[in-house]
Design a protein around this ligand. Sequence first.
Ligand code: C2E
Ligand code: MG
Ligand code: MG
Ligand code: MG
Length: 281
Amino acid sequence: TAKENGRGKFCVFSPEMNQRVFEYLWLDTNLRKALDNQQLVIHYQPKVTWRGEVRSVEALVRWQSPERGLIAPTDFISYAEESGLIVPLGRWVMLDVIQQVAKWRKKGINLRVAVNISARQLSDQTIFSDLKQALTDLNFEYCPVDVELTESCLIENEDLALSVIQQFSRLGAQIHLDDFGTGYSSLSQLARFPIDAIKLDQSFVKEVYKHPVSQSLVRAIVAVAQALNLQVIAEGVENKKEDAFLIKNGVNERQGFLFAKPMPAASFERWYKRYQARTGF
Ligand code: C2E
Ligand code: MG
Ligand code: MG
Ligand code: MG
């Protein structure tokens, strides 16, 4: 970079900066178009209760780009957050999800769906009124949508977060704290927010059976959650050894590649039918 090159030298962009600027410009031209042209798709990943039931799935957005193929949210969500595009994107996700849940319900598939919400979306009242309207239009007598917020999202603006949580809760949505353990929330903050569950971050789950420190952390987090009357959902469960440890230590629900990857709605439906046939749930 210019600074490292020292005094008197002049450098506009390093190759990495160039790359980043290029990427930003590419996203800037293409993500809005993608939203307008229906290139975003929702994939669904099941969560499995400790007894083995699937009651709920998580909605994870992807971008089917004609130019680049399927793009993961990690490659465009932070751009969407910076640019503010996350607001219309988030509204689209909410509406698409609720329509999918309605379609499933017509086929006798009753599932809850958890939607991820970024900090930037907390001040968007429209997503909330849209959801309310959609529930009425689709004749839902309950709210099948839950929301996942991160710790940092709550701490950035505590009062706003609290009011958003209260609004969603009043409607009947559960509030899940995503990536739990990676942020900086204190226990008193945790107790201040009326949340229903924490999602234990994948970093604690990864090869937990090998790592005594992860084991202690998982046990401690479960104990805190139980003391506060919160459910614990483990993310990123990839193998049976991890799963066995989590179940033994009081985790209520698990999610991860061990069970299923996130899939388009139609593939998920097929997976779910097979799963039900196989397990009896
Ligand atoms: P997240 O909400 O923490 O989602 C969990 C991520 O872990 C997902 O990545 C999921 O595909 C991945 N995952 C699930 N099981 C496993 C596993 O067993 N092993 C491993 N290694 N990974 C697993 P994905 O789909 O790439 O999403 C990344 C993040 O993007 C999400 O993290 C969430 O923060 C954000 N995101 C996704 N969809 C939306 C959305 O509609 N709105 C907003 N605001 N953010 C979203
Ligand atoms: Mg999530
Ligand atoms: Mg997570
Ligand atoms: Mg995550």
